[in-house]
Design a binder for this molecule. Structure first.
Ligand SMILES: Cc1cc2nc3c(=O)[nH]c(=O)nc-3n(C[C@H](O)[C@H](O)[C@H](O)COP(=O)(O)OP(=O)(O)OC[C@H]3O[C@@H](n4cnc5c(N)ncnc54)[C@H](O)[C@@H]3O)c2cc1C
Length: 483
């Protein structure tokens, strides 16, 4: 008989959270700590969404999205999770660039970038300082008409090498392009420049294990293998609960961590939204997806320290479009040395490229497998430049594509970073359309990545809390006046 993944759940909840990405988990923890009854429903067998890992025979543990995040994650984890989680966040100091325009190592912070831009690129210090001052001051309420391309041209006209240094890592980090609003670049870049790039000691597996322990301690009900089919909304445009495994679970609020477009069109249904809102939703563009090649070294095999994060490319200049091409030579390598998972004493390497769903979606099984093999071969060829004997050291090798990300996260197009900028307003306006329906998760470029998603989870949890307080207040009695 099939296992009942919902066995023992409560008859109703204050909040049901659809999905256990970092936004969903962080929102759940915050709401539970505020005293609300919270249920997380996740369709995968693991928690974490894209912040996840998998194990393979031979002792390999491979991380999906642990390349690096900004220092702000330490504060977020301390405030909304635990000191223990915050204490496991450590800095990666060896970031490396190698492309036809430049090749060097950096610790990826403002001081080092200032040095590089002065000494390697010959930019005057005042211009560099002015640039940093401008991006640091950028905030959500800024003018949206300026694009990142215009920002770069203003400070470093015609300097495609400087543009590449500044943009390439951020395109990998949040999928933004030179034509996106400059604030989507500025906010994320400034976060990284603050104190560099960080990772989680122990790997994603340890992080999510610790988060799960904390959620359970705070009374959150967590159910995996639960694909939510529908958000139930009544005729008054008010949330009633969700439908999962053919069963209705009542809730006062629903917070969806599923993609914003799936939340609207698939889970809720267009019939519940106003035509004006749907018109705006139509304009929302999804972000692109990714391919990855995961390489686990055989137990006992070693490699030299060749950097923690390597941005490599053979393209003459940076172009957001060329980064998406199936034949791109632009990729990042994340090197996980034994220090990443103390005790395991193994090495792994993950290569990531940005990718378009449509380049993988319509292949026959045979073409798909062939294309994946080709991706793996090209990645190994590129890696051999830095680790010459790597092929014979590898014990496990496999690739993921946009189809893999779609399958495991249910995100349309297997998106890595939700939607482009316009998706943020839609996500924020959801409760104005349907009382009690909220969304948190990668959206609008800014609210994506580990830090953006977790922080957005907190912002939306506060909105959910306000809503729950408002509906729990006794309604003022209507005064009866006798005439
Ligand atoms: C290849 C790759 C590398 C990345 N590297 C980095 C990095 O180095 N640093 C960084 O900061 N960020 C990185 N990111 C981005 C980062 O991982 C994400 O932005 C962030 O983890 C997204 O969190 P989220 O809360 O939006 O939810 P997601 O991680 O997208 O999770 C959503 C969850 O909802 C679940 N779900 C969806 N629909 C349903 C449903 N109907 N019922 C039940 N469950 C459902 C999904 O299964 C999933 O678990 C990377 C992303 C990719 C793809």
């Amino acid at each position: 008989m099939a296992k009942d993944w919902l066995k023992g759940i409560k008859s109703a909840y204050d909040t049901i959270i659809i999905g256990s990405g970092l936004a969903g988990l962080t929102a759940a923890n915050k709401l539970a700590k505020l005293g609300h009854k919270v249920l997380i429903l996740e369709h995968h067998y693991n928690l974490g969404g894209l912040a996840t890992w998998f194990k393979r025979k031979g002792g390999h543990i491979l991380d999906i999205s642990l390349h690096g995040f900004p220092t702000g994650m330490i504060k977020t984890c301390r405030k909304y999770w635990t000191q223990e989680i915050a204490d496991s966040i450590v800095r990666l100091k060896n970031i490396r660039f190698d492309n036809p325009q430049f090749s060097f190592w950096t610790n990826f912070d403002k001081n080092d970038f200032t040095r590089l831009m002065k000494d390697q690129f010959g930019i005057v210090k005042e211009t560099v300082d002015d640039f940093f001052k401008t991006v640091r001051a950028m905030n959500f309420y800024d003018d949206l008409s300026m694009t990142t391309r215009e920002l770069f041209e203003k400070f470093f006209p015609g300097r495609t090498d400087v543009h590449r240094l500044l943009m390439e890592p951020i395109t990998y980090a949040n999928g933004s392009t030179l034509d996106d609003p400059a604030i989507t670049y500025g906010i994320v870049f400034a976060n990284f420049m603050d104190k560099g790039v960080y990772t989680f000691k122990g790997g994603t597996s340890e992080l999510i294990k610790k988060m799960k322990k904390e959620l359970l301690k705070n009374g959150v009900d967590i159910r995996t293998h639960c694909m939510v089919d529908r958000v139930v909304v009544d005729d008054n445009k008010t949330v009633q609960g969700v439908e999962v495994h053919g069963r209705m679970i009542p809730a006062t609020t629903v917070l969806s961590n599923s993609n914003i477009l799936s939340t609207i069109h698939k889970l809720t249904g267009d019939e519940h939204f106003t035509p004006e809102f749907l018109k705006e939703v139509k304009e929302v563009r999804l972000s692109d997806s990714s391919c990855q090649v995961y390489m686990g070294l055989k137990r006992g095999e070693k490699i030299d320290h060749v950097g923690d994060l390597l941005f490599t490319s053979q393209e003459n200049e940076f172009s957001s479009e060329s980064l998406l091409e199936p034949e791109t030579t632009s990729r990042t390598f994340s090197f996980y040395y034994p220090e990443t998972r103390p005790g395991l004493n193994m090495y792994s390497i993950v290569a990531s490229t940005n990718a378009r769903f449509k380049d993988w979606a319509h292949l026959t099984r045979e073409e798909y497998e062939k294309k994946k093999k080709h991706l793996i071969e090209r990645t190994l060829d590129a890696l051999e430049k830095y680790v010459p004997d790597v092929r014979k050291k590898i014990g496990h090798l496999e690739a993921s594509t946009p189809l893999t990300f779609k399958r495991y996260t249910a995100h349309p197009g297997g998106v890595s970073f939700g939607t482009k900028f316009e998706g943020l307003a839609i996500s924020k306006d959801l409760p104005k359309q349907i009382a009690g329906l909220f969304h948190a998760g990668s959206v609008g470029i800014i609210m994506s990545g580990w830090l953006g998603a977790a922080n957005y989870g907190v912002i939306v949890a506060n909105e959910v809390d306000k809503f729950l307080h408002a509906v729990s207040q006794p309604k003022p009695e209507l005064e009866t006046v006798s005439v």
